[in-house]
Design a protein. Structure first.
Length: 221
């Protein structure tokens, strides 16, 4: 199967399995999405969704958040992990949004990446899910699957993102990256994955993820 055929198969299979994909992180504004994505670093979306209601009850906009002591933010978000760094980032970026952007989240990748605690992936998610700008945020699920499907070298997320943008039609990026995430969680996990039972790996082949990961042999019939 050629790479182009693999790409077409992946697109069609994901559309078949996930014709509608919800945004995993609960939010109701670009700001609440930005904060939720920041909190999701090294934390599950499920846990973030349990914590954000308590945080947003106290402050769900940068004007109010900028007035809250960092320690209070840290106490609320502690279950998400990395609370000292995340609470400081939330506080500082909120102040910047108030002082420089009239309390609005900028619809600009470069401006987002300059905000405290906001990396490229976080900025990409906000651009994609809050503003509908074609982006292809690459998380560990996407990084793992794109490599397993033989569509990227998989050496780092930067290269994986470039390969995804080159291979997949731009108009599909925003939906496709979510479809891949849901597929990875349901069918193609990091551990305990059987490629011969996977709806995609079983068809287009599977490369070992990294050196040391066993390439499972087909079950005996």
């Amino acid at each position: 199967m050629t790479k182009a055929e693999k790409v077409e198969f992946v697109i069609n299979k994901l559309e078949e399995l996930y014709p509608v994909v919800p945004v995993p992180l609960d939010h109701y504004s670009p700001y609440t999405l930005l904060v939720a994505v920041l909190l999701s670093a090294q934390c599950t979306d499920e846990r973030v969704n349990k914590i954000t209601p308590s945080l947003f009850e106290v402050a769900d906009n940068p004007f109010d958040m900028a007035q809250i002591p960092v320690e209070q933010i840290k106490d609320i978000i502690r279950p998400c992990g990395l609370s000292p760094m995340k609470s400081k980032g939330i506080s500082e970026l909120s102040k910047i949004l108030v002082e420089e952007y009239q309390g609005e989240v900028p619809q600009d990748m470069e401006a987002l990446e300059k905000l405290p605690a906001v990396g490229h992936k976080t900025a990409s998610v906000v651009m994609s899910q809050a503003f509908g700008v074609p982006s292809f945020p690459v998380d560990t699920h996407i990084h793992r699957l794109i490599y397993r499907w033989g569509l990227s070298s998989g050496k780092n997320v930067v290269q994986t993102e470039k390969d995804c943008k080159r291979l997949f039609p731009k108009e599909l990026w925003n939906k496709l990256h979510l479809q891949i995430i849901f597929f990875g969680r349901e069918y193609c996990p990091a551990r305990g994955h059987n490629p011969h039972e996977c709806p995609i790996c079983s068809v287009i082949g599977r490369a070992p993820m990294f050196k040391g990961e066993p390439d499972l042999k087909p079950p005996k019939k």
